[in-house]
Design a protein around this ligand. Sequence first.
Ligand code: TXA
Ligand code: MG
Length: 279
Amino acid sequence: MRILPAEAVDRLLAGSIVAIPTETVYGLAADGLNEAAVRAIFVAKGRPADHPLILHVADAERAAAHARWDERADLLLDLWPGPLTLVLWNRDVPAIVRGGHPTVAMRVPDHPIALEILSAVGPLAAPSANRFGGVSPTRVEHVGIEFPGLPVVDGGPCRVGVESTIVSLLEGRPRLLRPGSVSLEELMARLGGVEVGGTIAAPGNLEAHYAPRGRVVLVPHGTPGAHVPAPERTEHARRLYDDLRHHDALGVDPIVCELAAPVGIGLAVNDRLMRAAAG
Ligand code: TXA
Ligand code: MG
């Protein structure tokens, strides 16, 4: 069910969940400081309680109020609003948002509707608006397929198309936990050294399957004839989930996907493709 941003604000303030657009993928949002509202996200998604959510905030000041700020974050600040999530030590974010971990993941999304809602409601916990283990929604119609009847604000197709880059600042060296459109090259240039990989101790990090129902078979970059070819890099990311859904809806099995060149956002595309193929 499509709703306007003002209605989303009313519903969120009343403790309900609604889907909202961001520049990466659509999110399933709740008032991030209202435990009962956040619990409804876990129930709707079928997500394990120890799998933490991202807290979306209106600006960096808000982020610094809820977590222990890290000077290294200052080197990344001009990437906000944008597809970059920082993991910091928690200050006062409810445990349910953090999956019980002592840390919190935060980002400022770069979408006018998301920012409008954030400034009216305050921090929003929001995972991707898909069922647990499924493909993230990048168009408003996808949200209706995942959650029929769920109120959703239409923000058009998502500009980035893959989930945000996640960087942990918990250790001595920054660590890239999830590649996204803020590239490893860009992070290296700003931070110096960046460790790659590793994840929060959520069993198997299952959610990260991003899998359609049909099998996904990967072919090397440059192989002709794939169902999901690798076009220009940013375009590839933008279309990736829509293409997977499209072929899945047609019953294509296996879905043959061409890997991207492993640079820039190509790392994120290949990460999601490998998870889809493993699922
Ligand atoms: O682009 C995005 O990030 C989208 C939009 C809606 O903002 N959100 C998103 O949320 O992808 P979700 O829940 O599908 O993925 C969040 C990821 C999970 O892999 C989770 O493990 C990780 O963030 N995460 C959340 N809190 C964390 C923490 N404290 N430490 C490490 N990883 C964390
Ligand atoms: Mg997700």
